[in-house]
Write a protein that binds this ligand. Sequence first.
Ligand code: XMP
Length: 305
Amino acid sequence: MVDVESFIPEATDEIAEAIGDKNAVIALSGGVDSSTAAALAYEAIGDQLTAVYVDTGLMRKGETDEIRETFGYMDSLRIVEAQDRFLDALGGETDPEEKRHVIGEQFIREFETVARDVDADYLVQGTIYPDRIESEGTIKSHHNVGGLPEVVDFEGIVEPMRDLYKDEVREVARALDLEEIISERMPFPGPGLAVRIIGEVTEEKLEVAREANHVVEDELEAYDPWQALAAVIGKATGVKGDNRVHGWVVAVRSVESRDGMTARAQEIDWETLQRIQSRITGSHETVARVVYDVTHKPPATIEYE
Ligand code: XMP
């Protein structure tokens, strides 16, 4: 386990030394990794850092407001409202890798605009150890690891947490007094709800996925999962009121893991599952069914795409 007492000063020294009196940017995602890296970098270089949060429209419920509250103390926080541009760029795309690619590209474009605007020379990233391993193995394209540096012409990239595991990042986040909602938050993938929607991303599916993810995080918090999530996986018949409907099937998944590389599906009690089912089917006219995913990783992945 990382020794937080020595890690924080070492990391801030490293950041300050690498960046000197130049400007840096960091992409804030709302997750614990980028938030912790941003807090470390802000401590190291203050307003030479611009933290950029791109609201892709694929975020969790309330996430943008939480960012505003948590990082509002940074004068240089930039919130980019890009929801429409992401949906437009995704168009009717259904291929999982292509969806990731489109989101990654759009993200780079949004980020690049701000980086140019503030004359940033350095990029700070919240990359952690498992990200590097999965990226090297090209298990799938992680948009927050592969893409950015190649496109924007930075003088250097600073990754102060490159050797840490997620539980160590949480330790650091707590030591930095980050809001609990961030330090204890479940990991959320860079491409957001798009990988929790099978096939085409539409506003309707996004609405269903956003609310269902909120319900699942809320109901399963007590199980202390590595990740608990909901995905819109297809359509099936159901009966709502007096009508037969062809509505969405929402899959619920809750897993234990240390680093996301392998994971075990959690055993959840029936009553909790039923409550989740009832809240999700009740949340939206067009949700017909809720199923629980019992598959470990491997053979499944944690996310659905
Ligand atoms: P999978 O679905 O491959 O996910 O079992 C492993 C862990 O990685 C997260 N994940 C991502 N995180 N960008 C990210 O920042 C991504 O593109 C991405 N894809 C998956 C996933 O949520 C899980 O914690």
